[in-house]
Ligand binder design. Structure first.
Ligand SMILES: [Mg+2]
Length: 238
């Protein structure tokens, strides 16, 4: 029996600032069936409060607790493991969140733990700092390695563009991936709510990310565009 839906956002619930037709109704129907809906996104440029505010502004009831992102897990990981000498290569908005959580941020040259998240302002200077940090780092943690993500203007390069630029020139590999298709987000939700893998249905639009995560965790999944036409079709499949 499905107790929870782990719902992808970009390309499944919205595209940029546009709500996908029927997504709000489908989510309300799932909740009416007593299913816990958790929004699960590889987004690593903004804190979860921004994401829940965006969903509320689109007419989808949501609080911070209902959203799990790869950036949220990056903070949890740094706090839980008491990471020292962290260099965060990512957005200013997320850097503020790292500071608010008292994470020991350092200069690239002092880095022991490099964390890479999405930054739409990423440029040559930021790449240089990321590379310097990677050369020193003992541990490289990435939010995700997504190549592309959809917006209302078309496709944009994802966090994977930043990850590849830093890792390819330093000839290093990452140690930990927090986002999809890794299963860290599934484990977090499972532990928090006590759901078993088979009780958690993943719904998303990307086979290599959403479905791959579900398969790796032993959970069922619905792929938008293949198993269902859109999220609006999902409630009767649960
Ligand atoms: Mg998606």
């Amino acid at each position: 029996m499905i107790k929870s839906v782990i719902l992808d956002l970009d390309g499944t619930v919205y595209e940029g600032s546009r709500l996908i037709n029927g997504a709000d109704i489908a989510i309300a129907e799932m909740r009416d069936k007593g299913i816990k809906v958790i929004f699960c996104t590889n987004n690593s440029s903004r804190p979860v409060i921004d994401i829940s505010n965006k969903l509320n502004s689109m007419g989808i009831d949501c609080n911070e607790e209902d959203v799990v992102s790869s950036a949220f897990l990056a903070i949890r990981y740094a706090v839980d493991n008491r990471l020292e000498k962290v260099y965060f290569c990512g957005s200013d908005r997320m850097k503020d969140e790292f500071m608010r959580n008292d994470i020991d941020l350092c200069k690239p040259e002092e880095c022991r733990n490099l964390i890479i998240g999405m930054d739409t302002e990423y440029d040559y200077k930021k790449m240089t700092y990321g590379v310097r940090a990677a050369l020193k780092a003992k541990n490289i943690i990435i939010c995700n390695e997504d190549r592309l993500y959809p917006t209302e203007d078309g496709m944009m390069p994802g966090c994977g563009a930043m990850v590849s630029s830093i890792l390819s020139v330093t000839q290093k590999k990452y140690d930990i991936i927090l986002g999809k298709p890794g299963t860290a987000m599934m484990s977090f939700i499972s532990k928090k709510y006590g759901f078993r893998p088979e009780e958690m249905m993943v719904i998303g639009d990307t086979e290599t990310s959403d479905v791959a995560m579900a398969n790796a965790y032993g959970s069922p999944s619905l792929l938008v565009g293949k198993d269902i036409r859109s999220l609006a079709d999902s409630p009767h499949k649960l």
